[in-house]
Ligand binder design. Structure first.
Ligand SMILES: [Zn+2]
Length: 278
């Protein structure tokens, strides 16, 4: 009896040891670049810097952006109000961006979630002061917008966010931090003569809507990132291969679409059963 218990204990210990196995070290890449939109009258040229960490852990690929939110004193915000605004903003951007597209590895038949992670703390850089990827000034929109000669005074940009701006606008400005261009005339578009424009996309006029559309091109850099993961790291994290065209983007269906798919499948099953009975 005693020996049996000891054996059970040994097995439990072994299981515990397996369960407590250290998580795999993710593959991390620091991405830094300067983006320039071309000059093309009447569209001016825009220049901005991007900086983030892309982290692949074998189940998801996350872009991690540390943002320093700097509140203008004129807002009169208390520390608690600032923190609440930052928490709301972080949650809104992540909820808008996450779970829209996945990457499928067609060689290994695996699929990875694509996400963004807005972080309010700066990172530690060896040998340098702690830093942030981006600094955003949070300010009140001017009260006299209708009479301002420069319309840009009254529009958010990547590093100046109006305190009352919608979640979609914040998510749009965040898109620039990932390196994305504008998709509306007058913005920082990708090609002056033949820009990619969208009336409904988050990076286009869809930013003015509560339900902006998301396009695969917004996630293309995730594919390029996966193509650049060294084979040894990819194998370590459960994959194999690394052939051209191995990684493809797939849209995640909206919850309403899921519901329709489920209902459709049920009706199909019902129809089949009826047919068999008849
Ligand atoms: Zn923009």
């Amino acid at each position: 009896m005693k020996s049996k218990l000891a054996l059970v204990g040994a097995i439990l210990c072994a299981l515990g040891a397996t369960g407590a196995q250290a998580a795999l070290t993710p593959y991390v890449e620091k991405v830094e670049a300067r983006i320039t939109s071309p000059v093309g009258a009447p569209i001016p040229s825009f220049v901005w810097d991007i900086s983030y960490e892309a982290i692949f852990d074998g189940s998801s690929l996350v872009k991690h952006v540390e943002i320093d939110f700097l509140f203008r004193d004129a807002l009169g915000y208390s520390p608690a109000q600032k923190q609440a605004w930052k928490d709301d903003t972080e949650a809104a951007i992540e909820s808008i961006w996450n779970n829209k597209y996945r990457i499928v590895d067609t060689v290994n038949n695996k699929s990875y979630a694509l996400a963004v992670d807005v972080t309010q703390e700066g990172y530690v850089r060896p040998g340098l002061p702690n830093g942030f990827d981006q600094a955003v000034t949070v300010l009140a929109q001017p009260a006299d917008c209708a009479s301002r000669p420069n319309a840009l005074d009254c529009r958010d940009n990547m590093v100046n966010w109006f305190v009352d701006s919608s979640d979609s606008i914040k998510a749009h400005e965040f898109g620039h931090m990932l390196g994305l261009y504008d998709e509306y005339v007058g913005g920082a578009v990708d090609k002056a003569n033949n820009p990619t424009l969208s009336d409904d996309g988050l990076m286009g006029l869809g930013a003015l809507s509560d339900t902006p559309a998301f396009y695969a091109r917004y996630f293309q850099s995730y594919v390029e990132f996966m193509n650049g993961v060294p084979l040894a790291d990819y194998q370590r994290l459960g994959g194999a291969g690394l052939q051209s065209g191995q990684f493809v983007l797939v849209a995640v269906p909206e919850p309403s679409t899921w519901a329709m798919l489920v209902v459709g499948t049920m009706m199909l099953g019902f129809g089949v059963r009826r047919a068999r009975r008849a």
